[in-house]
Design a protein around this ligand. Structure first.
Ligand SMILES: [Zn+2]
Ligand SMILES: [Zn+2]
Length: 325
C-alpha cells in the first residue's frame, strides 16, 4: 500500500480564480498522483475589485463545471464541490448568500483585515512583504499586536458563523514574518490570541487545515506552526492535510514530510482512513478523530528555507508573476 493511495487534498485552485491550471488539468494531475479525493476550492467572488477571486458572474458556471467533473471522474477520484470563503465582516450578507448555495466542502479564510476605513477595499493580510509593512503602518499604526488582534478576531468570528467545515491557514498572519521580524510566536500575547481561537474552533466542531504552502513562503514553515498543531492534537481538533495548490505541480506538495511517519502499513490505520474517505459528511466528528490520531505520529523536520510563489497573497503574487512571465 503506497502513501499516495490514501491521499486527499481538499484545497485546490483552478483558473476559475487565481490558479494557473484549468479544472480539467488539476483533476487529471490529482488522479495521476494517486489522490483518492480532492476538493476544488476556488476563491469566492468578492464585493470589491480583486483579480484573484471567481468573477461573480462565473460562480454558477464554476459550480456546474465542478459538478460535471465529479460525475465524469467518479470512477477515478472523489471530487468535492468546494469554495474558499472569505470572512468579510462588512459584507456578511454577501458571504451568506454564497454559503447558501450549498457546498460539499467549505474552507474558511481570513485574507482581509477590518482595521482602518477600508470597507470597499479592505487591507490584505498576506500579500507581499512591502504591502504587509504598509498595512501595519496605515491600518495598525505600526502596532503588530493590534494587527494580529484584528486578524485573530476575524478568524474567531468566521468560525462562529458556523458556515465553514475547515479553517484554512489559521496563522496566515505570520506569512511575512521571516526570522521573526515582526513578532515572536513565543510571546504570550500572541499565543493567547491563538488559544482563544482554538477554544472556539473546538466548540464549533470545525477542522483545522495543515497547509503545506507556508513551507515556500517567507515564514518558511507550514500553516499552522508546530506548537499550534500540538495544541490542536491535544484538544482533539481534527487536522486536514492540504496543499493549497495553485498549479498541478503543487498538488500534494510536501505531504511526505507529514506522512512518512504515519502508520500506513497497519491495517487499522488504513481502514480508518478509507472509512474517513467514504464519510463525506464532514460534520461527523469521526472523520477528524481518525485523522488527528494519525497526525500524532508526525515528526517535524526543519522546514525548507527559501521563497516561492504563493495562498491569497500567494495568489495575488502568483497572478502577478504569471502576468510577468
Ligand atoms: Zn487557497
Ligand atoms: Zn487562502
Amino acid at each position: 500500500m503506497s502513501v499516495n493511495e490514501l491521499l486527499t487534498d481538499r484545497h485546490l485552485h483552478t483558473t476559475y480564480s487565481d490558479g494557473k491550471n484549468s479544472l480539467e488539468e488539476m483533476v487529471q494531475a490529482a488522479i495521476a498522483r494517486g489522490m483518492q479525493q480532492i476538493a476544488i476550492t476556488d476563491h469566492m467572488p468578492l464585493p470589491f475589485s480583486d483579480e484573484c477571486a471567481i468573477p461573480k458572474d462565473r460562480l454558477l458556471e464554476y459550480r456546474e463545471a465542478v459538478l460535471a467533473a465529479k460525475k465524469t471522474y467518479a470512477r477515478q477520484i472523489d471530487i468535492l464541490l468546494g469554495i474558499e470563503l472569505d470572512y468579510l465582516p462588512q459584507h456578511l450578507d454577501w458571504v451568506q448568500e454564497i454559503v447558501a448555495l450549498g457546498w460539499d466542502w467549505v474552507m474558511g479564510s481570513v485574507h482581509f483585515l477590518s482595521i482602518g476605513d477600508t470597507v470597499d477595499q479592505p487591507y490584505i493580510v498576506d500579500y507581499a512583504e512591502n504591502v504587509f509593512r504598509e498595512v501595519l503602518e496605515k491600518g495598525a499604526q505600526g502596532d503588530i499586536r493590534k494587527l494580529c488582534a484584528d486578524y485573530y478576531a476575524n478568524v474567531q468570528a468566521l468560525v462562529q458563523t458556523g458556515w465553514i467545515d475547515c479553517l484554512s491557514h489559521i496563522d496566515l498572519v505570520k506569512k511575512n514574518n521571516r526570522n521573526n521580524q515582526f513578532f515572536n510566536q513565543n510571546e504570550s500575547w500572541y499565543q493567547e490570541m491563538v488559544r482563544e481561537v482554538l477554544y472556539v474552533v473546538k466548540s464549533f466542531d470545525v477542522m483545522v487545515e495543515l497547509n503545506t504552502a507556508g513551507l515556500v513562503k517567507p515564514c518558511a514553515e507550514q500553516y499552522p506552526s508546530e506548537w499550534i498543531i500540538k495544541q490542536c492534537l491535544s484538544r482533539g481538533i481534527p487536522l486536514v492535510l492540504n496543499s493549497d495548490a495553485h498549479c498541478t505541480e503543487e498538488i500534494g506538495r510536501e505531504f511526505e514530510r507529514f506522512l512518512t511517519l504515519l502508520d500506513i502499513t497497519s491495517p487499522a490505520s488504513g481502514e480508518r482512513r478509507s472509512r474517513d474517505l467514504t464519510l463525506i459528511n464532514f460534520s461527523s466528528p469521526t472523520v477528524g478523530e481518525g485523522r488527528s490520531r494519525d497526525l500524532t505520529l508526525i515528526n517535524f523536520p526543519s522546514p525548507a528555507s527559501g521563497e516561492g510563489t504563493s495562498t491569497r497573497g500567494e495568489h495575488h503574487e502568483s497572478k502577478k508573476s504569471t502576468g510577468n512571465t
